[in-house]
Write a protein that binds this ligand. Structure first.
Ligand SMILES: [Zn+2]
Length: 297
């Protein structure tokens, strides 16, 4: 019995030590990400490993994101989209950290990413004061709707459904870019955290990528709106719609018709407000429409 225990311990040590050395060795965990990004811009991160880790966790802007690795071309890899929000004023060097674990043995990597200030134009608008200030009822409604959206964001898919490049959800061109600084009746407001696409009424709106319809809502500001969960923390939003062509829970493909443009909610005329959230940060979707997006990754 005693001999058996000793044999087992020797076997265990013999098995664990090489595994530990292999994990501690260089080159078994690699991060690929840009060294410099502009505030508000999305960027791709790729993790490569020779080891099939049980768990890989990335930490960025105070958030921990589990990344499943898949086996292809004789090694393990995973892709993630990250970004910074134009609302987030913390610029300079940020750390992207990766921690991978197998059988309780961990390996960590860090990469410095320089976040530089975004140059954005300023738009001055004058609107009747009753359109600018919110009534108590409207404010309460808006708070309730924010909680509804937050609930959707707390139960997103951990599987990657998106692929690069993304597809423009409506034709007609950009009328208001992401990051635009707005001054309303002389008062600075939060920057525009989405893309306004010019459109007539009832023009087709399509899914920017593969995903699952996470929420269909009728909100005070957004009006008739659709939220799509694309997996791994990527959510797209389509606001001010006149019609919805999908149901909650439905799987959709890139380019599939999901709704019709309109001017529901707080909109001065028919257009599509398109928003893209990466791990909770609203980013500029434009770089992801580039056909070269994702090449080399
Ligand atoms: Zn907008």
């Amino acid at each position: 019995m005693r001999g058996q225990t000793v044999f087992f311990l020797v076997f265990l040590v013999a098995w664990l030590v090489p595994a530990h050395l292999a994990l501690a060795g260089t080159g078994s965990l690699e991060i690929r990400a840009p060294a410099r990004v502009s505030q508000g811009d999305p960027f791709l991160v790729r993790i490569d490993s020779a080891v099939g880790f049980n768990e890989v966790i990335l930490t960025w802007s105070g958030r921990s994101i589990p990344l499943p690795l898949s086996f292809e071309d004789n090694h393990y890899s995973g892709k993630l989209l990250l970004g910074t929000d134009v609302k987030d004023q913390s610029l300079g060097t940020k750390i992207l950290a990766v921690r991978a674990e197998k059988y309780g043995l961990a390996q960590s990597r860090r990469k410095e990413i320089l976040v530089v200030k975004r140059q954005a134009p300023v738009q001055r608008l004058t609107l009747p004061q009753d359109m600018v200030s919110l009534s108590r009822e409207a404010l309460n409604r808006h708070r309730k709707e924010k909680r509804e959206v937050a609930a959707v964001f707390s139960r997103l898919s951990g599987e990657r459904l998106w692929s690069c490049p993304f597809q423009l959800p409506a034709r007609g061109g950009i009328s208001s870019a992401y990051g635009l600084k707005r001054i309303l009746n002389g008062q600075p407001r939060s920057p525009h955290r989405g893309l306004d696409l010019r459109s007539g009424d009832r023009a087709p709106v399509s899914a920017c990528n593969d995903g699952r319809i996470a929420l269909i809502a009728e909100h005070y500001f957004a009006g008739r709106s659709i939220y799509i969960d694309h997996g791994l923390g990527v959510v797209s939003m389509y606001f001010h719609l006149s019609g919805v062509e999908v149901r909650e829970g439905e799987r959709v493909k890139k380019g599939q018709l999901i709704g019709r443009t309109g001017s529901s909610g707080r909109a001065t005329g028919p257009h599509l407000h398109f928003g893209l959230s990466l791990q909770g940060a609203l980013v500029d979707p434009v770089p992801l429409f580039d056909p070269a997006c994702g090449s080399g990754f």
